[in-house]
Design a protein around this ligand. Structure first.
Ligand code: BG6
Ligand code: GLC
Ligand code: GLC
Length: 932
């Protein structure tokens, strides 16, 4: 099995492992009328069925069916004759039903080894089980059937799906007993199918979801693997068969062969004089003389010696008194071996499933079908006992199939139809998220227009705030500085030493309790000063008045480097009496209230500016700063990387437990971070769940001073804080906004505000995904249409999950686990669709962000009248850094929309803290120069 799944070519694996393109087990919601044509399951007969599926609610409707015997010469004649015969049977059957010439959907159960390349495309590899029609091997049997139906010309029938009998058996298993993921048939031949992880199937270019594989185990041991087990009778049977050397395993198990084996043994024993007084009969010597029915009946203990005698006499034999018991022994030996071999093969499938699903004990239902199960009294019980022995870790229930798999074939047909319909609905839902190049170019153009208006002081959703920063660092900056960082994921106080050898940072993270963030302004600033004082004490800096840079990541109207009037709070802050005030004054007043300290506040800086400046220290081309934040929710298992990336402080948010301060510094080893977190976890008393958040996106860049209406001067540059989060607040993005964006906006604390930000950053992406999933559920496309309480819970879908779910290294199984962790129970199909929703939402975010960057760099290029601009963008923010595809999508979009700009993205480390210090340093340097 493993060799075949891996696609090994030589030596050819002994089982074929053929993908069937059936990707999900039935929902139970399937509905409609279907025609089923069955060929090859039951010996020389063909069956046509009319199956009505009623969904979950409906009453079960018994299928109508008719069986036709296929004449021997048709089984061995030209292929066209066989398919014409099938089409004739179809017409004859339908003639007797009240079905006009409506478009009928047909499922074709064709039970021979076939290479399937789609649900309705299947090439016969070789005939088995007594069929040998010419001109069919190597052909698409669906096409042959379609052609024949067309030649017949009476009905318009669409062949929607082709399935193996094992698949029909599995799919027909009554839903409700848990998923039935194995189908086992022992009829004329024998075979099994099961649900395999698609990524294990080399021939499929698919690493997601599951697919049903037809094992085609009938051919097992054609390479001689079972040599030592084969008896002289097996060899004789093979020699006399139509397919010499092929299907050796099947020839020990299938119903077509059990009677034959018994006949060969009995003839041998008669010849040896052990049975029938040494006499044989013509029937005993004729191939096909003993049938499965005879064997089953003779072996049945309730049959009694008289019945055995009667059967033997019918065969022209003259049994003696002791013969009946012997004959029963022979039948039992042949059938027991068949059931045990079949069980061994099934156990192999089950333990493969158990391993690939990494389950300690596998609970699984196996659907069984075929005449051997129906007619033979002990086959199933021997099979069960042997499976229990060979695969003790599997808890298997056996479920007999309904009407020989016909129902299952109808299910596949219905599923094929449903999947197509669901795919359509999913595509329709996600279409508004998939932005065309033209749409993105329009966003870029609108952004350019809004930038120009904002710079001129006209009405615009972009405020284009001057920052009074005229220069990026030149590398000559030196000294010790204090920095504050408020408005990102963490509030931090930093000591930054800028020296010849580089920049050295010591920092501490402090909490801003929610009651302070949303309390009074005075409280907030007093708290900030308390934190600074605490930091100074710990660092032995008390009494020193180092120059201080304040990274304050909210929209501010600056009137100078150290003057910033807060225009409005964003991102969950709402302290009173601050809007409209100069933040530096508020800080200085708080310092004054705390008389003991002296602090020299030199500059107020937005985080984008800090990021640009810190990258500018390394790369003089860095003239743009970009932030794309993500809220972070970490857990103790598996998040060390995340922790290392994002230096944070976490506080106890839940159930009023004491708030907790913690300091983590970048560059700590895993074990250190781990230890600290474990300590935290102990305090939290929970499985180490930690929460922080940051939700913004914004950009700044170096603009020509002459373009900035609100600042005097015509030469030189000035860094502009765009506050692009608010882009579109004048309604200009409404064309792109989906109904899901509208719901997220409405439920936020600032409806109508920060519309661009809400499409790009932070917790909003998770919420957009959640609203989209709710919609898909209501359409019945997801979660079987069942709304769960969990999914209705706000913010349950952390944006971090998008990063995790979209990570390429994750198998769908893990995606499922993440979602199951959220309390959502879902199928592989569901998981795949959730993944597609996440991809659509984050792709749009990255592309919009890219369109914004393209607008900015193009503006810089045009400002300078350059043919080509080489520029770097300093970036910070957890979404950008941690999402597996975000950064490359941003870059690709910029390449597409700003082809004349060569843009390098630099990831900033500790951007705002270091940047604020550098701004302060530049300011001090310029101040000194002025003095001189
Ligand atoms: C940090 C800066 O490095 O990055 C913050 O110091 C900034 O000021 C942050 O806001 C952005 O990322 P996050 O962690 O908030 O998503
Ligand atoms: C034969 C066929 C296989 C089928 C089985 C049971 O082995 O090759 O496709 O499933 O018989 O009918
Ligand atoms: C919000 C703020 C902005 C900041 C951004 C990233 O959009 O308004 O000032 O730069 O978040 O933190």
């Amino acid at each position: 099995m493993e060799q075949a799944l891996k696609g090994q070519a030589s030596p050819a694996p002994a089982v074929r492992m053929l993908p069937t393109y059936v990707g999900s087990t039935p929902h139970g919601t399937e509905q409609g009328d279907f025609v089923v044509l069955e060929l090859g399951a039951t010996g020389a007969s063909l069956r046509v069925l009319w199956v009505t599926l009623m969904g979950i609610e409906g009453h079960k409707v018994e299928p109508r069916s008719q069986e036709f015997v296929i004449p021997q010469e048709v089984m061995l004649g030209p292929g066209q004759q066989l398919f014409d015969f099938a089409a004739r049977c179809l017409s004859e059957f339908l003639d007797a039903l009240p079905v006009g010439n409506q478009g009928l959907q047909l499922g074709f159960s064709f039970s021979f080894p076939c290479h399937q390349t789609g649900l309705d495309k299947s090439t016969l590899i070789s005939w088995t089980k007594g069929f040998r029609c010419s001109g069919v091997e190597g052909q698409d049997v669906v096409q042959l059937l379609r052609d024949a139906i067309q030649r017949q010309g009476t009905y318009s029938i669409d062949v929607v799906a082709v399935v193996n009998d094992t698949v029909g058996t599995m799919m027909g298993c009554e839903p409700g007993v848990g998923p039935c993921e194995v189908g086992l048939v022992v009829d004329t031949g024998t075979n099994a199918c099961y649900m395999e992880e698609a990524r294990h199937v080399a021939v499929l270019d698919e690493d997601r979801g599951r697919v049903c594989i037809s094992v085609e185990w009938g051919s097992f041991s054609d390479d001689g693997a079972l040599g030592p087990v084969l008896t002289i009778f097996d060899r004789t049977l093979d020699h006399e068969s139509l397919n010499l050397g092929a299907q050796r395993f099947e020839k020990m198990i299938g119903g077509l062969y059990l009677g034959e084996l018994v006949r060969l043994v009995l003839a041998h024993l008669a010849r040896c004089g052990v049975l029938f007084g040494g006499y044989t009969s013509p029937a005993l010597l004729r191939q096909g003389g003993i049938l499965l029915e005879h064997v089953a009946e003779m072996e049945d203990p309730s049959a009694g010696a008289a019945r055995v005698h009667a059967i033997l006499q019918d065969l022209g034999l003259n049994p003696r008194a002791s013969d009946a018991e012997f004959v029963q022994h022979v039948c039992a030996a042949v059938c027991t071996r068949a059931a045990q071999l079949c069980a061994a093969a099934l156990a192999a499938v089950l333990s493969r499933l158990q391993h690939s699903r990494e389950q300690q004990t596998l609970q699984i239902a196996v659907a069984t079908g075929g005449r051997v199960f129906e007619r033979h009294p002990r086959f199933l019980s021997i099979l069960q006992e042997t499976v229990m022995l060979l695969a003790p870790e599997c808890d298997v229930s056996f479920i007999p199939s309904v009407d020989g798999g016909g129902q299952g074939v109808a299910m596949v047909t219905a599923v094929a139809a449903r999947l197509a319909a669901h795919r359509c609905l999913l595509e329709e839902t996600l279409a508004p998220f998939r932005l065309t190049r033209e749409q993105l170019a329009a966003v870029q153009a609108q952004m350019r227009e809004a930038m120009a208006k904002g710079l001129q002081g006209e009405a615009s959703s972009l405020r284009m705030l001057p920052t009074y920063i005229r220069d990026t660092p030149d590398g000559s900056e030196r000294g010790d500085f204090l920095a504050l960082d408020l408005g990102g994921t963490n509030f931090r106080v930093l000591l930054v030493r800028v020296a010849t050898g580089g920049v050295q940072i010591t920092s501490q993270i402090y909490s801003i309790p929610e009651c302070v963030a949303q309390g009074s302004g005075q409280q907030l600033f007093d708290h900030i000063v308390d934190c600074i004082v605490d930091f100074q004490e710990k660092q032995g800096l008390s009494g020193q008045s180092l120059p201080l840079g304040f990274t304050f990541s909210f929209p501010c109207m600056q009137l100078g480097l150290d003057q910033g009037i807060l225009l409005n709070w964003t991102k969950g802050f709402n302290a009173s009496d601050c809007e409209g005030q100069d933040v530096v004054c508020l800080l200085r007043e708080a310092i004054g209230r705390r008389q003991a300290v002296e602090l020299n506040v030199v500059a107020i800086v937005n985080d984008t500016v800090g990021t640009m400046m810190s990258c500018g220290y390394e790369d003089p081309h860095c003239e743009v700063g970009l932030i794309v934040e993500l809220e972070v929710c970490g857990s103790l298992e598996g998040d060390w990387e995340l922790l290392e990336h994002s230096v944070w402080h976490r506080e106890m948010l839940e159930r009023g437990r004491p708030r907790l301060l913690c300091e983590l510094t970048t560059g700590w080893s895993n074990s250190r971070v781990q230890q600290t977190c474990l300590e935290l976890a102990v305090c939290w008393g929970e499985e180490g769940k930690a929460f922080t958040q940051g939700t913004g996106t914004n950009a700044c860049y170096m603009e020509e001073l002459r373009n900035v209406a609100s600042v005097a001067g015509d030469s030189g540059h000035m860094c502009i804080n765009m506050e692009w989060g608010a882009f579109g607040d004048d309604g200009s993005l409404s064309m792109l906004s989906t109904c899901f964006d509208a719901s997220v906006d409405q439920a936020s604390i600032n409806p109508g505000k920060q519309r661009f930000e809400k499409m790009i950053s932070g917790m909003y992406l998770g919420e957009i995904v959640r609203h989209t999933l709710l919609h898909l559920t209501s359409l019945g496309v997801l979660f079987r249409g069942q709304q769960t309480q969990r999914l209705q819970t706000r913010d349950i879908f952390k944006t971090k999950f998008l990063s995790e779910i979209e990570s390429d290294s994750l198998a769908l199984r893990q995606v499922r686990a993440i979602l199951e962790d959220l309390g959502l129970s879902l199928t592989s199909d569901d998981a795949l669709m959730v993944l597609e929703v996440c991809q659509a939402v984050s792709q749009r975010a990255a592309q919009l962000c890219g369109a914004g960057v393209a607008a900015v760099v193009e503006k810089i290029r045009e400002n300078r009248g350059l043919e080509e601009l080489t520029v770097s963008v300093g970036v910070d923010g957890t979404l950008y850094k941690l999402h597996p595809h975000f950064s490359s999508l941003v870059a690709a979009t910029v390449r597409e929309l700003a082809p004349r700009c060569v843009v390098t993205f630099l990831q900033s480390e500790d951007g705002s803290g270091k940047g604020a210090a550098l701004v302060t340093a530049v300011a001090c340097r310029l101040a000194q120069m002025t003095c001189v």
